[in-house]
Design a protein around this ligand. Structure first.
Ligand SMILES: Nc1ncnc2c1ncn2[C@@H]1O[C@H](COP(=O)(O)OP(=O)(O)OP(=O)(O)O)[C@@H](O)[C@H]1O
Length: 652
């Protein structure tokens, strides 16, 4: 016996222990899903084998009829799920069953709250998979042999789902994986053919492989005693004849017509391909005819997966060619911003022996991708129109990702822009529900721009001093505080022929008529403040590019404005944080300092005779303007010092 063949006991990775504990407690009310998960894995294993066998059919070992077998044994209290799929090597068993290699696992466990209801939702996002066996079993024995490996090189994994598991090398005649669940006593209800069949019909009918079970023929009593025959001994019934029967419909779901597929089938298929535990939000199922024929069945999940922001996470769309699974790693099938879409695309006209390289360069794949993106956008448009509450839910989870679409997908920019939702000063609510079309339809007469403000938090955007004049005049402004928003507005300069304009950039021309009196008053004030503006500029020196009177402010004394062509101050901060911007304000561009002539503090500044106090006050106002932008002071101590100096003056 080799060292490897020896039985060894290994400990579960801490996360696995945690997951098992959580799952057993939180999924108890939904325990029959264990069967769905194990059947789903078996089906994936068959898909993988079929693909590899395309280039090496020796892997079939003379048995190319792929199927999943279910059996139960009342006396032993076991359910057995076996497949003749790809199987696993000892290393693979150790890697996949006993450890969780998913990226983002740590963040997932950090996100758990201890609140059962919330955690069971989270666990759904994480995917329960193989470990769900332990919801019903107190011991699981998995025996597996990788296709192509010698029969004495199979691996047995066994565990009671507590701290550890054993591994040993054993013999197994057929390739593939057999999982024996030793059911807990309280779970004997599953030792029932009828129950198993109904679970399969409910959860796994869409699996395209046959799922088979022994059919127990009704016992036959051919030799019933004749009537009147006395003392006839009751004869033993003949042994029931065992016949294998297929208990699912065993055809690829997407090849059926829409009318033939129930909502439940669509949902269960989603859970299988999407490795999700909850129903999807919506789907699109479509067959595209023509020279480049393909069928797609794509879904939007109800919730963002825990690894939505992981740039290395796998894409969710699987590629099939004429019902044969090819890959679940075809980045070419969906653009990055639609990385949350799950489902399948089955291409009819690609050759079965495609390689990764061919896929990458294939013109047909690019055509399919372009078509699939259009279908997905159509699905989202329909959701927004027909089921706005569901769209709102979608936006809450996937909004920031959809915004990437404006940047990434030039061809569909206008369509993606219409799908965007924003917060605005109309309601001042954090809920993003304003469309650009809504905004344009509400624009004031004479208003020719779509106004927005960007900030690093919703509160900072909502309370920005730049909004004062807009609020006074009743002009709506979009409140942008997602991190991606700065890039969004850089890439979306226009919508419906209206320019998108930051309220914190350049000169303000609201386009809304100002009365003659207003204009006259402004001219007078300008004249009045000429020398103050000059003096402030001298005091602030190279901190500012200009000092001018503000038309934006009604309540605040001063604010900072970026040059019309410059980067917004918020963007500068983001770039600086990301280490992409060195030095001071905006690549050498200084902000413009605007003061509000009708504010009492500015009036006080204007009348200040003492130069030192004038300078202190001007600096304080400038620093305050940086703070209300959400910015950081270069020299906070100097600010506090000056402020305290003035406060002390009040006390004397
Ligand atoms: N019947 C099987 N045949 C071959 N490999 C299997 C089988 N069951 C599980 N595996 C391997 O173990 C891995 C882990 O399975 P598990 O069900 O825990 O997670 P998953 O299927 O990858 O994802 P999820 O948990 O989200 O459904 C699988 O990815 C696969 O590589």
């Amino acid at each position: 016996m080799t060292v490897e063949a020896k039985k060894e006991t290994l400990g579960f990775q801490t996360e696995v222990k945690h997951l098992l504990h959580l799952m057993i407690h939180s999924l108890y009310s939904n325990k029959e899903i264990f069967l769905r998960e194990l059947v789903s894995n078996a089906s994936d294993a068959a898909d993988k084998l079929r693909f590899l066998a395309l280039s090496n059919d020796g892997l079939y070992e003379g048995d190319s009829e792929l199927k999943i077998r279910l059996a139960f044994d009342k006396d032993q209290g076991t359910i057995t799920i076996s497949d003749n799929g790809i199987g696993m090597t000892r290393e693979e068993v150790q890697e996949h069953i006993g450890t969780i290699a998913k990226s983002g696992t740590k963040q997932f466990f950090d996100a758990l709250t201890g609140d059962q209801a919330k955690d069971s939702e989270l666990i759904g996002q994480f995917g329960v998979g193989f470990y769900s066996a332990f919801i019903v079993a107190d011991k699981v024995t998995l025996t597996t042999r990788k296709a192509g490996a010698p029969t004495d090189q199979a691996t047995r994994w066994e565990s009671a789902g507590e701290g550890d598991y054993t591994l040993e090398t054993v013999e197994k005649a057929g390739r593939g994986t057999e999982i024996v669940l030793h059911l807990k006593e309280a779970e004997s209800e599953f030792l029932d053919g009828y129950r198993i069949r109904s679970i399969i019909r409910k959860f796994s009918d869409h699996i395209s492989l046959p799922i088979v079970m022994d059919k127990e023929a009704a016992p036959s009593y051919d030799d019933e005693p004749e009537e009147g025959e006395e003392n006839a001994e009751a004869k033993e019934p003949a042994a029931p004849e065992i016949v294998e029967e297929t208990i699912n419909s065993a055809s690829a779901l997407w090849t059926k017509s829409r009318q033939e597929i129930s909502d439940n089938d669509y949902n269960e298929f989603y859970k299988h391909v999407g490795h999700d535990y909850q129903d999807p939000l919506t789907h699109v199922h479509s067959k595209v005819e023509g020279t480049n024929e393909y069928t797609l069945l794509l879904y939007v999940p109800a919730r963002a997966p825990f690894d939505l922001w992981d740039r290395d996470a796998k894409h969710g769309v699987k590629l099939y060619i004429r019902k044969v699974f090819i890959t679940d790693d075809a980045e070419q099938l969906m653009p990055r911003y639609l990385r949350f879409i799950k489902g399948i695309i089955d291409a009819n006209s690609l050759p079965l022996n495609v390689s990764r390289e061919i896929l990458q360069q294939s013109k047909q794949i690019s055509t399919i991708k372009a078509g699939a993106v259009k279908k997905v956008l159509g699905m989202l448009e329909a959701l927004a129109k027909n089921e706005p509450e569901k769209y709102a839910q979608f936006w809450k989870d996937f909004g920031p990702v959809m915004k990437e679409g404006v940047i990434e997908d030039h061809g569909n920019k206008e369509r993606v822009a219409k799908l965007l939702r924003f917060s605005s000063t109309l309601t001042d609510s954090t809920t993003q529900d304003v469309t650009l079309e809504d905004y344009v339809s509400r624009m004031k007469e004479g208003q020719d721009k779509i106004y927005y403000v960007t900030a690093d938090s919703f509160a900072a955007a909502k309370n920005s001093p730049h909004l004062e004049i807009f609020r006074k005049k009743g002009i709506e402004v979009l409140l942008l505080s997602d991190r991606i928003d700065e890039w969004l507005v850089t890439n979306l300069s226009d919508f419906a022929d209206k320019h998108l304009q930051s309220v914190a950039k350049g000169d303000l021309d609201l386009g809304v008529e100002e009365s003659e009196e207003e204009k006259k008053a402004q001219e007078e004030v300008s004249h009045d403040f000429e020398s103050v503006l000059k003096q402030i500029k001298e005091v602030l020196g190279d901190k500012v590019s200009d000092v001018r009177l503000s038309h934006r402010l009604t309540e605040s004394p001063a604010c900072l404005v970026a040059d019309v062509y410059g980067m917004s101050l918020n963007m500068e901060r983001i770039m600086k944080d990301a280490g992409q911007l060195m030095g001071g304000m905006g690549m050498g561009r200084k902000p413009i300092f605007e003061i509000n002539p009708s504010h009492a503090l500015i009036a006080r500044l204007k009348s200040e005779q003492d130069d030192a106090r004038f300078a202190d006050l001007a600096h304080i106002l400038f620093d305050q303007a940086i703070l209300s932008e959400g910015g950081q002071l270069e020299d906070p101590t100097a600010f506090v010092h000056k402020l305290n100096g003035l406060l002390q003056g009040l006390l004397n």
